[in-house]
Design a protein around this ligand. Structure first.
Ligand code: ZN
Length: 198
């Protein structure tokens, strides 16, 4: 069914193509935008353009950054000796939102998945191993509890343990198959604090 306007319909279908946005929310957003003052629309457009044009991957941890190195890696107050390995930037954000984690991160860019052709070379594993040449005390494997996430954690633990670096895995509390980004902060903290030494 088409909306009252082709322009609105076009915006709805753009918004609907975004992750987590269904047709109903897309419609709500589109009509909000249609009724919004010009300044609101301009600042929304420029925020989107800025992210699209003025961000890149951090050269150290591979999360999204404005410069070559992200604000987390540049922050002197963060403990560089503890590296939390996550699948993607959204998981990093979930842990940042707890406000309790003071180490740094490494974003793999996915998880091992032989079925869909994601092997170690498709992830930032080489880059992680290179970071471990510095003074690192602990690597926390915070990949998801899906089959792919568990496979990735097992693979990394095997690689890292011979280097005599403590390797830990976030504890259960993260439901099996549950995406880290969708888990509440209390559960995430419990999983982090109850992590197990591998
Ligand atoms: Zn970084």
């Amino acid at each position: 069914m088409l909306s009252s306007s082709e322009n609105i319909e076009k915006l709805i279908s753009e918004l609907e193509s975004l992750p987590g946005v269904g047709r109903k929310s897309a419609g709500r957003l589109a009509y909000f935008i249609a009724n919004a003052p010009k300044e609101k629309i301009d600042s929304l457009i420029s925020a989107i353009k800025n992210v699209g044009e003025n961000t890149k991957k951090c050269k150290v941890c591979f999360t999204i950054s404005d410069g070559d190195i992200c604000n987390i890696c540049l922050n002197d107050k963060r403990n560089k000796k503890v590296i939390m390995v996550v699948e993607n930037e959204r998981d990093l954000l979930a842990y940042e939102n707890t406000g309790e984690y003071n180490g740094v991160y490494h974003v793999l860019g996915g998880a091992l998945s032989p079925l869909t052709g994601v092997g170690p070379n498709e992830l930032k594993i080489k880059e992680l191993m290179a970071r471990l040449k510095d003074d690192v005390e602990e690597v926390i494997l915070a990949t998801n509890s899906s089959v792919e996430g568990e496979t990735t954690a097992t693979y990394l633990a095997k690689l890292i343990k011979p280097l005599n670096i403590k390797v830990t895995r976030i504890a259960s509390g993260v439901p099996v198959g549950g995406d880290i980004e969708n888990i509440d902060e209390v559960t995430l903290l419990r999983a982090l604090n109850g992590r197990l030494i591998l």
